[in-house]
Design a protein around this ligand. Structure first.
Ligand code: ZN
Ligand code: ZN
Length: 474
């Protein structure tokens, strides 16, 4: 069996499923998961779209060969839905036990009798089964090429969890990371080392996030930003050197055309960030993309990340990353700092970090992707690019490194506690927090979720490769 398959489930769905399988009666219970599919070189993920609980005595009944089974009618209803919507079909039940689990001979016999036909009905879209113990899961997933795959389970909630067939011993962490491994353990350090994390926007905040991730020992980094450094970035972009902005050409005293020429030779922001990351870690793998994240092939690179930090102040980028989060079940954290000036007076200053977990309130539901801004960005993109150094609002907005550092630290800290499994169960699923230094206030915000939302609702949720992302052709 191949083992590069995983089933990804949200924290809320996992709560329902676990409560149903393990109500405390020590008995067996069943369910069906209908899943979207995401394939990449990192493996295949089955993204749980629907958890359909089998009612005891009605859908899940005593069998002739085995202990219990799903009724033919329950199976038929669900495989019909899967076939209609091109979703993978995964039957679920539980055994006793705690830290390890496997299918019984009876279970395997029933897969061998039933799954070739189900695979046929499902038009070749995978079918299979998971069996749970309270802290373990085993999988038997069938694909149309005649192969069978084992699978692990990943819960993308707060905290994040990972379940396997039996405990996987963590390698002793590299001694370089000894001080932080004392917090997160060897297992936490191993999770960091195996993580692929994207940073979209490598300006003031993104450059700090990149530095934190590299120093923490994250194994794989994806940096996306189309821009080059300009002299006004030097006070904020971590690792930027004066020579990166070609100071001889970009000096204020030079004519505009000379400065424009200098701007074309300035170092790309992704290259500065990659240089910083390599100074922090010998092992980190870095992919840099100096293009816009909303181009179709660039956006595709996000779809197998474990987390996305969104530090680009653009509504188009927000719409894209927000969609990736809910379509591919990849959490994101949107970060920013803002100084609002009204009539020449500073009205408010704040840093914000908004971590969105798949399946709960999204940026769109909370009015953070205004339609007017999308339209403005989409229509004036070419013009704005041509005149970037004169008219781009984002570049000339007030900004300071200390505000950026508050947002960046908060964002990476929340992520770290979540993947390290340290977030306590009372913590809310999403964590949106803003800091307002003028009034010394920290405001926590629980995002709302609206039904039928085009980003996190049923038109997109957990559909993986089957749905289109809001990108534009490159
Ligand atoms: Zn069984
Ligand atoms: Zn939404």
């Amino acid at each position: 069996m191949n083992s590069d398959w995983s089933v990804v489930i949200t924290g809320e769905q996992w709560g329902h499923l676990r409560g149903h399988l393990f109500p405390g009666d020590g008995d067996e219970h069943g369910a069906i998961l209908r899943c979207g599919i995401a394939s990449s070189p990192r493996g295949t993920r089955l993204l749980v779209r629907d958890v359909v609980l089998a009612l005891d005595g009605i859908d899940y009944v005593a069998g002739i060969r085995g202990y219990r089974k799903l009724t033919a009618e329950f199976v038929a209803d669900n495989i019909d839905t899967c076939a209609r919507e091109s979703l993978a079909y995964i039957a679920v039940h539980n055994h006793g036990g705690i830290d390890s689990v496997d299918f019984s001979g009876t279970d395997m016999g029933s897969h061998e009798r039933g799954y070739p036909a189900l695979l046929d009905i499902n038009a070749g879209v995978p079918v299979g089964a998971l069996v749970f113990a309270s802290n373990a899961v085993a999988g038997d997933i069938w694909t149309s090429d005649g192969k069978r795959h084992s699978a692990s389970l990943r819960v993308v909630g707060r905290p994040q969890l990972s379940l396997t067939r039996e405990p996987v011993p963590a390698k002793v962490a590299d001694p370089t990371y000894d001080r932080q491994a004392r917090i997160f353990g060897d297992r936490g350090q191993a999770i960091l080392a195996s993580s692929k994390v994207a940073v979209v926007g490598l300006g003031g905040i993104g450059s700090l996030i990149g530095e934190y991730l590299a120093r923490l020992g994250v194994g794989e980094l994806l940096y996306i930003d189309p821009d080059r450094l300009d002299p006004t970035n030097l006070p904020r972009v971590v690792g930027a050197r004066r020579s990166d902005v070609v100071p001889l050409l970009q000096d204020e005293s030079r004519p505009r055309w000379v400065r424009a020429l200098g701007a074309r030779f300035a170092t790309q922001k992704v290259k500065v960030a990659a240089r910083v990351a390599r100074q922090a870690s010998r092992k980190v793998q870095i992919t840099t993309v100096a293009r816009s994240v909303v181009e179709t092939d660039v956006a595709a690179l996000l779809t197998d990340c474990d987390h996305i930090f969104l530090a680009a102040d653009s509504a188009l980028a927000r719409r894209l990353v927000n969609s990736v989060t809910h379509q591919y079940l990849i959490p994101n954290t949107q970060v920013g700092s803002k100084v609002s000036v009204i009539d020449g007076q500073i009205a408010d200053i704040f840093s914000v970090s908004r971590m969105s977990i798949p399946g709960s309130g999204c940026l769109q539901c909370n009015g953070l992707i205004p339609a007017w801004k999308l339209t403005e960005e989409a229509t004036s993109d070419v013009q704005r690019r041509r005149q970037r150094y004169i008219e781009d609002d984002d570049i000339h907005a007030p900004s300071v490194i200390t505000l950026n550092a508050v947002a960046a630290s908060r964002a990476v800290d929340d992520w770290l506690m979540t993947i390290g499994g340290l977030t306590q169960s009372g913590a809310s699923a999403d964590h949106w927090v803003s800091y307002h230094p003028l009034t010394d206030e920290v405001i926590e915000h629980e995002p709302a979720k609206s039904t039928g939302c085009p980003h996190c609702g049923p038109n997109r949720f957990a559909l993986g490769d089957r749905a289109q992302l809001p990108t534009k052709p490159s």
